[in-house]
Design a protein around this ligand. Structure first.
Ligand SMILES: *[C@@H]1O[C@H](CO)[C@@H](O)[C@H](O)[C@H]1NC(C)=O
Ligand SMILES: *[C@@H]1O[C@H](CO)[C@@H](O)[C@H](O)[C@H]1NC(C)=O
Ligand SMILES: *[C@@H]1O[C@H](CO)[C@@H](O)[C@H](O)[C@H]1NC(C)=O
Ligand SMILES: *[C@@H]1O[C@H](CO)[C@@H](O)[C@H](O)[C@H]1NC(C)=O
Ligand SMILES: *[C@@H]1O[C@H](CO)[C@@H](O)[C@H](O)[C@H]1NC(C)=O
Length: 251
């Protein structure tokens, strides 16, 4: 008995893996987006929503609307997700909040409401934080959003504001559009000044030693080395199991 159970366990694991290999491609095929005849018109979606005049104006004055519609028209893309603040959300901002921003910062604010990937509501419930937006701060850093979920509800936070992700105006690849009750204010524009940057920040610093060491490439820390080799082992294991599956299937 005791000697057969490890073998049984291995067989069971292999069988389960094989089922995954057989089932997953079918599931993916089913959820493949149907080709859309005409380009998605975000303006029309927001106009139809009836309470997004300010957001439409922001997207248009910054040219972000055109940018989005061009991206959606590119069938190779991963789609987009847009968080649309209501007119109420804009009205609740301190007066002058938007107008006092430079044109460049208004572009950043608009892009911060766009994720470079299509997320269904259930995708948002399980997304891993932080999630990159289309926006990036002036020093080149990406502005992220974080999502928390529970009770079939999703909250989004910028670090400055937190609000619920409400009803989708549209939830179909390649574009999802969700109503939000607050304008998502990025930390890079509205946050308290960040603490002193870490000495190894990606941004070039003149204060550190100027010499480019002979190797040229930055030396990876032992941590990153070991974690990447850990991933390699994991991939090897998956590949091995996959081969075992093929063996089983071929017999
Ligand atoms: C998109 O919809 C808006 C508002 O309904 C309309 O004015 C515009 O012409 C449409 N654009 C395209 C490319 O169909
Ligand atoms: C979308 O792409 C088609 C073909 O590539 C082009 O004819 C059309 O003008 C594009 N529409 C927009 C809104 O960019
Ligand atoms: C979302 O935010 C509301 C209000 O801040 C809070 O009551 C709720 O627990 C949050 N829900 C999740 C899933 O984070
Ligand atoms: C977002 O999540 C990341 C990782 O969990 C965390 O490091 C970061 O501080 C969070 N940012 C905000 C604004 O909540
Ligand atoms: C680094 O120093 C040089 C010369 O002092 C200066 O021209 C350059 O703008 C500096 N770069 C940064 C990123 O501070």
């Amino acid at each position: 008995m005791a000697s057969t159970s490890p073998l049984a366990a291995i067989l069971l694991v292999t069988l389960i893996q094989c089922l995954f290999f057989l089932v997953i491609p079918q599931a993916e095929a089913q959820s493949a987006p149907a080709p859309e005849s005409s380009p998605v018109n975000l303006t029309a979606i927001l106009v139809k929503g009836g309470q997004y005049t300010s957001f439409i104006r922001l997207l248009q004055s910054t040219q972000v609307m055109t940018q989005i519609e061009n991206q959606l028209n590119n069938s190779n893309g991963q789609g987009l997700t847009v968080f649309a603040p209501t007119d109420n959300a804009f009205n609740n901002l301190k007066s002058g909040t938007i107008n006092s921003l430079s044109q460049q910062d208004q572009v950043e604010l608009a892009l911060y409401h766009v994720l470079p990937k299509y997320y269904s509501f259930s995708d948002l419930q399980s997304v891993s934080n932080p999630v990159r937006t289309q926006g990036s701060s002036q020093n080149g850093g990406v502005d992220n959003l974080n999502f928390t979920s529970g009770n079939n509800q999703v909250n989004v936070t910028s670090g400055v504001v937190t609000t619920a992700v409400n009803n989708p105006l549209r939830e179909q690849s390649p574009l999802s559009v969700y109503e939000v009750d607050k304008v998502l204010l990025p930390t890079s524009l509205f946050g308290v000044p960040a603490a002193a940057p870490a000495p190894n920040a990606a941004i070039a610093s003149n204060t550190s030693t100027p010499s480019v060491s002979s190797g040229g490439e930055p030396v990876a820390s032992p941590d990153s080395k070991s974690s990447s080799s850990g991933r390699n082992v994991g991939l090897g294991l998956v590949a091995g199991i996959g081969l075992a599956c093929m063996g089983v299937l071929l017999q």
